[in-house]
Design a protein around this ligand. Sequence first.
Ligand code: GLU
Length: 425
Amino acid sequence: MTSENTSVTAAGGILQTALWNAQKTAERLKLSEDVTRRIIEPVEQIRTVIHPQVPNGEMLHARVYVVRHNDVLGPSKGGIRMTDSVNLNEVTGLAMEMTWKTALIGVPFGGGKSGIRYDTSKLKPTEKEILVRAFTRGMRRHIGPEIYVPAPDMGTNEIDMGHMRDCISYSSGTSITAGCFVTGKPVVLGGIVGRREATGQGVVATVAAACKRLNRPIAKLRAAVQGFGNVGAVAAQSMIQQGATVVAVSDITGGVLHEDGLDISMLIEHVKATGGVKGFRGGKAVSFDDVLEADCDLLIPAAGGSAITDENAGRIKADMIAEGANAPLTPAADEILNDRKVFIIPDILCNAGGVFVSYLEYTQETQRDQITRAEVEKRLTERMTTTFEDVHDRSLRMKESMRHAAMDIGVQRVVDGIISRGLLP
Ligand code: GLU
């Protein structure tokens, strides 16, 4: 990223949103131009192409990216996004978000992200494995426990992380890797129990903490969930466990609504059997947008970025938003919803449960320890709750939004890290 494209506007994609939020935070914290530049510009951006051959003799051509945004507080950490549209700007914006997220949730990591540009729906499992292994080999120099530690993100999962781990240990002729090269692995390969559920459960832990502070019984909440993948489906299930009602759910195939509440376990079975929400008989079929605009108290956007813009923000009925996705609101939408006093739990706080449990996986593997599910869940809930409370305290003290308070704390920690390290190499 050059200094030319750091000029930002209130509309636009994930990079624009990340830059906008970072620059506004630098202004609030009165950071010097030098420090602002140092925290905003990514440390390293790698872009290349891979052309692995698949069994039918064809070659898969994929653009791939690794961005290490910052490593002041530790190795860069962040997932691998695999979609047909991911690009360097998106990966850079997401990597920047990871820098503030890891700092805010208090784990010794910096921020990073990767992208593999490919339409996963066009891939057979073997082909995806070949692509993931080609990415791992191609980017091997940029991955490692002291450099950048990938994890799942949109389009990737624990199966892919297992293949990455195997590719790395196989290349060095060893059974295991020396330290943790990737998190979100299958448990049998050194993954941690509860990592898959961690982001969704963490989202609901912040909702529970918000309800406590705002004196609202969580069990009375009616929620709508956009996105029914790893984050949305688990968040919906956790809301039900808290006694709440989930009235609407959508994914790329469509949406479903039931004013008295959807049976989420049945919906999960339906998605397993058919591949999507569409066609679920336990509710009325509605559009993707109808779910965002459903009559509810809590909206959990848990799909792609920029789902809520200045165009549809005015139609959102929920008065609480928990950002399960990264950057689901454009800055313009954020402003509209703030003016309407909607309580927004920002992404870098709300969905930080995933990277927090990734940190537990990293330490478990480094120490060759075994952490139980009960311990993972206890530590996750505790960390999400105390971080929520710190952010809420600051937002009350400074009379600022939860997003501003979260960014202030995260960015200040990175600045403190720079100062503590000192200026000399
Ligand atoms: N992809 C997830 C995120 O955006 C998790 C990253 C990780 O565990 O490293 O936070």
